[in-house]
Design a protein around this ligand. Sequence first.
Ligand code: SF4
Length: 256
Amino acid sequence: MATIPFPKKKVPRDVAQRELQILERTYPQAVTALDYTSTYELLIAVILSAQTTDARVNMITPILFKKYPTPGKLAKADPADVEQIIKSSGFFRMKTKNIMNAARELVEKYGGEVPREREQLESLAGVGRKTANVVMSVAFQEAAIAVDTHVFRVSHRLGLTLGTTPRQVEEDLIALVPQEKRRLASHWLILHGRAICKAPTPLCAKCPVNELCPTPPIIAKMNAARVKTAAGRSGPSAKGAATARPARSVSAKKKR
Ligand code: SF4
């Protein structure tokens, strides 16, 4: 499928909040897919997850954390050994530098503990706003919303934001989600992005927010244009076949 353009207008606030409520009900088990047993492990796993999947990180970290179970041990590791262990996560040289420097900073500045303040987290090697938000929301239950590629895409498709940067999307979501639920909001959007609202082909017919989402009419228009083009080539045929909003399945309707 060709790239689906994002809606040019946000949906009204009450519609946006209903969409988010449906996602909250659909994904009640909103937890990170990364495996970890301590805040140190979570921090390192999130740094490693850049440009790769959580599943890939979960294959690497048991070996890494068995060998380097504390920031102190990781800070003193042989970089070549760490590179070898994390190689399949991509960008492994840069990631090795980042996780070893972050581990060193934890030891030297924070007594081997992961700090909970944003400013301190963002001062660590390899930690940007998104990583800090994940650590703050998952480890410390702070009201932070991490915007990754799924959150960015799904928020746009649902008409929750017109933001062109992750920070703008984060601000729009903060304005929509009550404070006590913010730490969960990115999980709803990530899980939905992985399961249903996939890039590049969203499964709109199975989507529980289909009837509120502004993107199915955009897809229907794209399909109609494609059918028209094909009909122009081969004569009158399937005219109108793809102009309807992709319908939700009956079972999805019953679930709402
Ligand atoms: S209706 Fe389609 S585009 Fe909208 S959220 Fe669902 S899967 Fe994504």
